[in-house]
Design a protein around this ligand. Structure first.
Ligand code: ACO
Length: 389
């Protein structure tokens, strides 16, 4: 029997902090309103240098460092995001290239803020199914780029960041014990970026109508979130053969502390069982659960044998929950001094490799344009990209 265990974890948040007082200068709101209605005090906002792929890269590098694995060992990179760098190519391919994960496949997964839990179950299934041994699962979102900074109903809620875990094959009977993935597309319009896709491509009109920003029915999403979280949590706990009070720590999607409090009440569980950091980051979408997991580990709240419940909800409308039995020591070992040198060399090597692939591709094109070479297309199917450098 094969199991999929989390052996590495990492997070990245932009350095720029935006407080509620900063928001008071932008829209007609107040620190008091935001704190009492959402529990948020501040959030991180990406600087122009931060993108979904660059943040994902930093979180992934940190996770690989904890797992003590070189990027060349990664079989698959999954990036859960609703704010990819481009409609195409996938952000995961940019991360794969910049990381130097030369053997890995890569794809993006969009399930809104449920994305990380979706991606975790896909990655774990790839391992338990025998296809892969090492999967990098990343949640990364630069939601601030899709927020209408004139809409006080949404702009106060979101922040940017990334979190990543390394999943590895393990013989220890731990890891993913159960999971539920759900969707109700009839609620698509309650949380949507209306334009920029195939149904409504970008035009001057769509830009003028601010259709490229998040539109949300806040009350509707709130009610959905509480009921989806409770239903999915109970199902997944039962599927794992457990009772709710046997869960050691619940790491919910961090959207609004009132949603978490309402879910705790309805599940009959104390708030101490829930990890909450929405006060410092706001809603970082697909990144919120892995960032919270990293902080829970840093605070010593995760130990081997613990049963963790991850539960998310978001655009789609979607929801996802999984019970995960922690199997490795979660203590953060300080990296030896020479590790940072090795990491720099690996990063530089990835850059050189990417440059060489791009240059080779260009030379190949020139060669063929001049009538040389066969007609068998590209010699290798690998990507090269300068986007993260
Ligand atoms: N500052 C001050 N007043 C505000 C603000 C603000 N930032 N935003 C709204 N208001 C006003 C409204 O205009 C309204 O005024 P009115 O009564 O004069 O009309 C009043 O406050 C109450 O508005 P409500 O929308 O009823 O406030 P509510 O308590 O429901 O809180 C909120 C709104 C915070 C958006 C809440 O509904 C919520 O958190 N919903 C869930 C959102 C969510 O989780 N979204 C992310 C999903 S995950 C993903 O996939 C991205």
């Amino acid at each position: 029997m094969r199991y999929a265990q989390i052996t590495g974890w990492g997070r990245y948040v932009p350095s720029k902090v935006m407080t509620n007082l900063d928001l008071e200068k932008l829209v007609n709101t107040s620190d008091e309103w935001i704190r009492t209605r959402t529990g948020i005090a501040e959030r991180r906002i990406g600087t122009p240098r931060d993108t979904t792929s660059s943040m994902a890269l930093r979180a992934a590098q940190a996770a690989l460092q904890v797992a003590d694995l070189p990027p060349s060992k990664v079989d698959l990179v999954i990036v859960a995001t609703l704010s990819p760098d481009y409609p195409m190519p996938a952000t995961a391919s940019l991360v794969q290239d910049a990381l130097g994960a030369s053997r890995a496949g890569a794809f993006d997964l969009n399930a809104g803020c449920s994305g990380f839990v979706y991606a975790l179950s896909v990655g774990a299934s790839m391992i338990t199914g025998g296809l892969y041994q090492t999967v990098l699962v990343i949640g990364s979102d630069t939601v601030s780029r899709f927020v209408d900074w004139t809409d006080r109903g949404t702009c106060v809620l979101f922040g940017d960041g990334a979190g990543a875990v390394v999943l590895q094959e393990s013989a220890l009977p731990t890891g993913l014990r159960s999971c539920i993935l759900g969707s109700d597309g009839s609620g698509a319009e309650s949380l949507i970026i209306p334009a920029g896709g195939a149904r409504s491509p970008a035009t001057v009109d769509t830009v003028e109508a601010r259709q490229h920003f998040i539109k949300m029915g806040g009350n509707e999403v709130f009610r959905f979130a509480v009921s989806a979280m409770c239903r999915a949590s109970l199902q997944v706990i039962k599927q794992a053969g457990l009772e709710p009070d046997e869960i050691d720590l619940i790491i919910p999607h961090q959207a609004n502390v009132r949603i978490i409090q309402a879910a705790a009440k309805s599940l009959g569980l104390p708030m101490e069982k829930f990890f909450v950091n929405v006060d410092r980051y706001g809603n970082t979408s697909a990144a919120s659960i892995p960032i919270a997991l990293c902080e829970a580990i840093e605070q010593g709240r995760v130990k081997p044998g613990d049963k963790l419940l991850f539960v998310g909800f978001g655009a789609g409308l979607t929801w996802a929950a999984s019970v995960f039995e922690w199997g490795v020591g979660a203590e953060l070992r300080p990296a030896p001094w020479w590790k940072s040198i090795v990491n720099t060399v690996i990063e530089r090597e990835a850059g050189v490799r990417s440059f060489a692939l791009r240059t080779g591709r260009r030379l190949d094109a020139v060669w063929r344009r001049n009538g040389f070479g066969g007609d068998n297309g590209y010699a290798d199917g690998q990507n090269g990209s300068k986007h993260l450098r």
